[in-house]
Design a protein around this ligand. Structure first.
Ligand SMILES: [Zn+2]
Ligand SMILES: [Zn+2]
Length: 338
């Protein structure tokens, strides 16, 4: 029987174990993917540390998957072996619950999460429901595609659904794993792109990624600086600090939105500022497989790429620790040889 190597976690807060398993067969409605690369994301700590209730162990983490379909289960129209595909955080949806019937597939009551409710991409093969699979353009290397399946689709999809139009001032708060992609997308979408981060040293990179204005939040008041530009139609908050979000809120334009994709615990909001300017504070969750597909295609067409540090599967612990340290520039990706 053919076997594969996967990285599993056997219990909450357990260490990564590289084990041999039988290569699984795809069931009805699912495909098997030969994994070529998988991003190591901060959200993988949910599986590693058991932060969601009900995770079944052992579990293989990984929701930033890039690979090739190598087997297709019964009842899967439209997919075939040999297609290059990705799988992201959204691990599939049922298509028939009330949310799905209203088109809100992300809120599916039977929704799955890749690498959390089923085994993800830290391994040589994985099984995914067809509804979780995104087609990957031929000329996108797998290690570059992988982070686009999470950080990429989150920022791309948030920006394109933000209500901002070409020419509008759009600010990106934070210059990390999400922010370095958000700046590129905002610039390529035709927004007047503003980068906000801590320290003067980040300015050259912010400008290189597409920011036409840079605000150093340590030396300047970001809200006041944004108001000098007429206010931001959208501020995409990618930082995970509630304080940093509160500090920019005063820079949202009339009818503008503070759009949150960074998972801060809480933040201060001025109710007066919201009601006087018809302003909104809104969250954005990420995207489903078709959003990922659009993200990959847009990225290839416009030259948006993540900045990655890559590790082979065998060095998964090192890669994960590096990601958790916050020192990675900017995404960490496992490369998987066969
Ligand atoms: Zn992720
Ligand atoms: Zn559903």
């Amino acid at each position: 029987m053919a076997t594969m190597r996967v990285v599993q976690v056997s219990r909450p807060s357990g260490s990564f174990e590289i084990v041999e398993r039988q290569i699984p067969e795809p069931g009805a409605g699912a495909v098997r993917i030969k994994v070529e690369a998988c991003g190591i994301c901060h959200s993988d700590s949910i599986t590693k540390e058991g932060l969601f209730p009900g995770i079944q162990y052992p579990r293989v983490p990984g929701h930033e998957v890039a690979g090739v379909i190598d087997a297709v289960g019964p009842g899967v129209p439209g997919w075939e072996p040999g297609q290059r595909v990705g799988v992201g955080w959204n691990g599939g949806y049922c298509g028939y619950c009330d949310h799905c019937r209203r088109g809100a597939f992300f809120a599916c009551v039977r929704g799955q999460t890749t690498g959390v409710t089923y085994d993800g991409g830290y391994g040589e093969y994985m099984i995914a429901p067809a509804s979780a699979v995104a087609l990957m353009p031929a000329d996108l290397p797998p290690a570059e595609a992988a982070p686009l399946m999470c950080a990429g689709v989150t920022t791309f999809n948030a920006l394109r659904n933000s209500g901002a139009r070409p020419g509008d001032v759009v600010a990106v708060l934070g210059l990390g794993g999400l922010g370095h992609l958000a700046l590129q997308y905002a610039a390529k979408m035709g927004f007047r792109t503003v980068g906000i981060a801590r320290g003067k040293d980040k300015e050259p990179l912010a400008r290189q990624l597409g920011a036409s204005v840079y605000i150093d939040s340590q030396a300047q008041d970001p809200s006041a600086e944004l108001l000098k530009l007429g206010g931001a139609k959208v501020i995409l908050a990618t930082a995970t600090s509630g304080e940093a979000m509160s500090a920019v809120q005063g820079g949202v334009a009339v009818n503008g939105t503070l759009l949150i994709v960074g998972a801060a615990e809480s933040m201060q909001v001025s109710a007066l500022s919201l009601l006087l300017g018809c302003r909104s504070v809104k969250g954005w969750y990420s995207g489903t497989s078709i959003d990922s597909e659009d993200t990959l295609a847009f990225s290839v067409r416009t030259g948006v790429r993540p900045m990655n540090e890559t590790y082979p599967l065998e060095r998964v612990s090192e890669g994960y620790d590096h990601m958790m340290s916050g020192k990675a520039r900017f995404r960490v990706v496992l490369t998987i040889g066969h």
